[in-house]
Design a protein around this ligand. Structure first.
Ligand code: F3S
Length: 399
């Protein structure tokens, strides 16, 4: 790999222990993936924030990086933590967990990382523009940044994203290169698609097909007339979860779709295909839903406004968690949405999500509009799942 003078000095330790360690991580990654050089990044998003995933070993590593003089050189934010940082008691989080989670956040803060914990950094001020190189880690956010914003990121691990924050660089390979952003399969939709859950079901089906195809081709979708930001974030989360995809194109909607060649390989999606993907996330057992979750990925302000309309003057009858970014919640507080939602008995948790919070064993059957949440609810927490569109999820909480 060709390194600049500054990068060589970082590797030699001239900028301190943490920067040296970071440069070792980035150059090792670059060698593995045959990168020719490191490119500057304008934005970083770091995963591996929940103490539930990090444990003592992860916390120890972060504390060491902070003690080694690490300081973010670019705008860097965090993925969700294992609890609402300010209001963890309302989520029933044990105090011992809360104390270790606070130490994780403090270590990141010490390194100058902005401690906004969200998988929708693009709704909370961390918004790269077209063509910018970035180093993001959360899979749904990476997919959104590449596909919808046209920025360029591989899916980073927690350590490599932190290393990019502390050095300002990332190895140039994978989705940073034009040649790897070309579609390899055309997906034609012949049915109407609308709603976050429907887009999630579509992402599940496409992801699963691509997972089985050699070389995991990037899809170019045709036949979608419109897609809201919320539908796109749901699709990104799903296609990244079920297919490991970091990039897709949608004709007429995403910025690079008009710049690429049409692939020969075809897939078709009709109503029946969509329904089968949907049905695969619905547990048919007779057990009652005891947990309702919205906010995977984190809810936008318009979603919170709509939720407040649906819940106004009503009482929920089940545990109902709504997860969002702290800055989004602060706007919801100001607009009065939070008060209306909380008066219904629902809990708004900022900074966290129902997948990274330590809730295994607390619930049995979860209702959601998120295909990604269905995957992890089962895989991580062993919950059964019921899959609905947004308004029906709310109706389930009120039932
Ligand atoms: Fe975000 Fe957690 Fe879902 S990180 S995408 S809310 S699993």
């Amino acid at each position: 790999m060709i390194l600049t003078d500054e990068q060589r000095r970082m590797l030699a330790g001239d900028f301190g222990r943490s920067v040296k360690k970071s440069m070792e991580i980035l150059t090792a990654l670059g060698k593995i993936y045959d990168a020719e050089r490191l490119v500057p990044v304008s934005s970083v998003q770091i995963a591996g924030v929940s103490y539930d995933n990090l444990g003592e070993a992860g916390l120890g590593w972060l504390a060491e990086m902070a003690a080694g003089g690490g300081r973010a050189r670019v705008y860097a934010t965090l993925n969700p933590a294992g609890m609402d940082i300010d209001n963890w008691q309302a989520m029933g989080i044990p105090p011992e967990f809360a104390s270790q989670q606070q130490r994780v956040i403090a270590s990141f803060g010490q390194m100058g990382v902005v401690t906004t914990c969200t998988c929708t950094p693009y709704l909370a001020g961390n918004v790269p523009h077209f063509g910018e190189h970035i180093a993001w880690a959360e899979s749904s956010a990476v997919c959104f940044a590449n596909s919808v914003l046209g920025a360029r990121s591989n899916r980073e691990g927690g350590p490599s994203a932190l290393a990019s924050a502390l050095t300002g660089f990332t190895p140039e390979y994978g989705l940073h290169l034009d040649k790897n952003r070309q579609p390899g399969v055309l997906v034609d939709l012949t049915c109407k698609i609308e709603g976050t859950a429907s887009f999630g079901a579509l992402g599940k089906w496409i992801g699963e097909q691509i997972e089985k195809m050699p070389g995991k081709p990037i899809p170019l979708l045709r036949g979608i007339e419109r897609a809201s930001l919320e539908e796109l974030k749901s699709f990104c989360a799903s296609v990244a979860t079920y297919g490991g995809l970091g990039l897709f194109h949608i004709e007429g909607i995403t910025p690079e779709a008009g710049l690429v060649a049409l692939p020969d390989l075809h897939l078709h999606v009709d109503q029946q295909v969509l329904q089968s993907a949907w049905d695969s996330m619905v547990d048919e057992g007779g057990e009652e839903v005891d947990f309702v979750s919205l906010g995977c990925p984190h809810l936008s302000l318009p979603e919170l406004a709509h939720l407040a309309d649906l819940l106004a003057g009503k009482k929920v009858r089940k545990a109902f968690w709504i997860t969002t970014a702290r800055p989004t919640k602060q706007m919801a507080d100001r607009m009065g949405y939070t008060r209306v939602i909380e008066e219904s008995g629902a809990v708004i948790a900022a900074d966290t999500c129902c997948v990274v919070a330590p809730i295994r064993g607390r619930f049995k059957v979860m209702a959601t509009d998120s295909a990604k949440a269905c995957y992890y609810a089962y895989a991580k927490n062993k919950f059964k799942t019921r899959f609905f569109e947004f308004d029906q999820v709310v109706a389930e909480a009120l039932r």
